[in-house]
Design a protein around this ligand. Structure first.
Ligand SMILES: Cc1cc2nc3c(=O)[nH]c(=O)nc-3n(C[C@H](O)[C@H](O)[C@H](O)COP(=O)(O)OP(=O)(O)OC[C@H]3O[C@@H](n4cnc5c(N)ncnc54)[C@H](O)[C@@H]3O)c2cc1C
Length: 639
């Protein structure tokens, strides 16, 4: 919004891209399994052997036991959902346990858990209540502790981390009315004072924990340089105001709101990292911050598996348990195989983050996107398996004397995972950009329409040199009979991943060669390549996890191999379909139809509804309270 309260004109597409590109981490300082996948290199050594589970530290185990007991005794998910509030005693209990400082180092009063340990706790809590996850995760996955740990000065850490670990709730404030997926529109301003402090003005939307937070990390733009910076802002400073609490389809107790900053004086000591680094800080924070979501999704999916298995085994229709009817049996097998892969994806991404010697930005993005989408399918299918009881609320089931299984609540709580912390589309755009990075750095000049011919010509020798070596190498690989023998029954699947990796990189190269700079507009096409890469990552994670269990002589190893095999078979069919759709599709036809739809050419299709326009007219008419006849006339536009 402008100072006059008008909506600011959105920036152009080119400007939005420029801002995103500037905030992008351009360097790759450490290797990345997925980056190599998109380049056609199956670098199994980067993820195999699968990271070990967290060692059984007594302190960590004791915390998990306490948390389990706390959830069972103190947390009533249905009541929280019904009343739209996490009781203060629950928040206090979590704070007493140290749950707000799980990821904060011990030297600052936190518990100093590793990412993998943190994810284990997140899974435990997620299996019980989504609202608690929103509270804990918005605080320490993306709220003040995470950017502070990554970018804060020693003074800032000493000042704030102990307070945050004790339970001072924090929040992450980036979104505004005009800033959803596109930060280029950011309008909250941070003007410098002569003393070097900042004056903050603006309004943040959908800030999770915002209504109860003591501390915010706020992204704001300098009016003079237009650059974006990040600040730690205290709730009780003059000018900070919670304007409204927002309410949603699910996560009914999320403390999410609109936060207004009016001439808030922020001391220069509260600038995080450096001026102009705010957007990069937000993106880097989300790189590991968004690892919470894959863990949450995996845990919810596991809970759904438990619900589906139990119900499908005990509900008898048409003479046998519904799980023995082929249609439901297929759902159950796919569900179990996918749950195994989802947990593998989450554990692998967290394990790689803990190792610290891998670049995990692509793995984290894929884990977030893939687990949230697969999880949503599982939630949907669980509702189907439960039939009418899936659609019924837990309270209603309880009132009828049936077990209060909250599939309806799980579904409402789950859906947002595909939208926040980077929507599925934005994740795919991000992954596609990184997947093309090496190609763009080699051949970018050649396909850039804005560059003069001389620059294009100068790029040719480099391009030829790179592709003359790279391209033939994408045809010959290690997908041979004896390769990957250590994977035993899964070696066939691992060989497929290696072959498909090369196939994928050739497909990406062909797309670039065919469409040049126009490729960035062909999202449907690019996203299929992203999805193949994501499926290959999930297959690799599942195979490596099963193999690690086999090598560790886990009693469940044979069953794990079975699930990994079923999962890989499913993915191979899906990947084949995706490759086929890269070769032949209806993208252009559908895009043209969508444009005509937006232009109003298909308004005829919406006839026969009570339209939103009519509703608006009726509301306006009711406000004026005219006679009944006038009211009907006003609403329908007919006498
Ligand atoms: C419950 C909840 C909690 C939240 N918590 C926080 C929080 O704590 N802090 C915070 O800062 N924000 C928070 N958000 C905001 C959240 O991160 C945004 O909703 C999200 O970034 C998407 O923005 P948007 O909803 O405005 O969608 P839009 O950006 O308006 O997008 C609409 C649709 O278009 C798609 N789209 C957009 N751009 C493109 C493109 N270039 N190509 C293809 N598709 C595109 C999107 O994927 C989406 O499907 C929260 C939101 C909700 C609902």
């Amino acid at each position: 919004m402008t100072e006059k309260g008008e909506r600011a004109r959105p920036v152009s597409e080119a400007e939005a891209r420029r801002v995103a590109e500037e905030a992008r981490e351009a360097e790759w300082r450490a290797p990345s399994f997925l980056k190599e996948i998109f380049l056609g290199n199956f670098r199994l050594d980067l993820i195999h052997p699968f990271p070990d589970p967290p060692p059984e530290r007594a302190e960590f185990r004791e915390f998990c036991d306490r948390m389990r007991l706390f959830l069972l005794e103190e947390v009533d998910g249905d009541a929280i959902d019904r009343e739209g509030k996490i009781p203060p005693r629950v928040v206090e209990g979590l704070a007493k346990m140290g749950a707000f400082g799980m990821k904060i180092p011990k030297e600052y009063g936190g518990l100093g858990f590793t990412q993998r340990e943190y994810a284990e706790v997140i899974k435990l809590v997620s299996s019980w209540d989504g609202n608690l996850i929103a509270l804990l995760s918005a605080h320490q996955s993306i709220g003040v502790p995470q950017p502070l740990k990554l970018f804060g000065t020693d003074e800032q850490k000493k000042k704030y981390l102990p307070r945050l670990a004790r339970g001072a709730v924090s929040a992450f404030a980036l979104t505004e009315a005009d800033v959803g997926s596109d930060p280029a529109n950011l309008s909250t301003s941070a003007a410098r004072t002569p003393e070097g402090d900042y004056i903050l003005n603006g309004e943040k939307l959908w800030c999770t924990n915002g209504t109860i937070a003591e501390l915010y990390v706020v992204m704001a733009r300098h009016p003079d340089t237009k650059k974006i910076s990040a600040f730690i802002v205290e709730r009780d400073w003059p000018g900070v105001e919670v304007v409204l609490r927002c309410h949603f389809m699910g996560l009914k107790a999320i403390e999410n709101g609109v936060i207004r900053f009016t001439n808030v004086r922020v001391p220069k000591e509260n600038l995080l990292w450096a001026e102009g680094r705010g957007l990069k800080l937000a993106l880097v924070t989300l790189n590991t911050g968004r690892l919470t979501l894959p863990a949450t999704c995996a845990a919810s999916a596991k809970r759904c598996l438990e619900i589906s298995r139990t119900w499908a085994g005990e509900r008898v229709q048409w003479g046998q348990p519904v799980g023995k009817h082929d249609a439901i049996a297929q759902i159950l097998a796919e569900m179990a195989a996918t749950v195994f892969a989802m947990e593998a994806v989450s554990d692998l991404a967290c394990g790689l983050a803990d190792k610290g010697d891998r670049d995990i930005r692509l793995e984290a993005a894929v884990a977030k996107m893939w687990n949230s989408e697969e999880g949503w399918t599982i939630v949907d299918r669980t509702l189907q398996v439960r039939g009418g009881r899936g659609y019924e609320t837990a309270d209603s089931l309880r009132a009828r004397g049936e077990p209060a299984i909250p599939v309806e609540r799980i579904m409402r709580d789950f859906r947002i995972n595909l939208i926040f912390e980077g929507s599925s589309e934005i994740m795919r755009l991000f992954i596609a950009r990184e997947a093309l990075d090496r190609h763009l750095s080699v051949a970018g000049d050649l396909v850039d329409p804005k560059l003069p011919l001389s620059r294009k010509l100068a790029a040719i020798p480099g391009v030829l040199g790179f592709y003359a070596r790279w391209y033939p190498g994408r045809f010959v690989g290690r997908g041979l009979w004896l390769e990957f023998r250590e994977f035993g029954p899964l070696s066939r699947q691992v060989r497929y991943i290696e072959r498909a990796t090369r196939h994928l990189s050739r497909a990406i190269f062909h797309m670039m060669a065919r469409y040049g700079p126009k490729l960035e507009k062909k999202q449907a096409l690019l996203f299929r390549a992203v999805d193949i890469g994501a499926d290959l990552f999930a297959m690799s994670a599942a195979a490596c996890r099963a193999q690690a269990m086999r090598r560790g002589q886990d009693p469940a190893a044979a069953r794990a191999m079975e699930l990994a095999d079923v999962f890989c078979r499913m993915m191979r069919r899906r990947i084949a379909q995706r490759f086929a759709a890269i070769r032949a599709n209806d993208d252009v036809t559908k895009y043209k139809t969508a444009r005509r739809l937006l232009d109003g050419d298909h308004l005829w299709l919406e006839r026969g509804l009570v339209s939103s326009d009519e509703l608006d007219r009726l509301t306006a008419a009711l406000r004026k309270q005219p006679e009944e006849k006038e009211l009907v006339t006003a609403a329908t536009g007919r006498d």
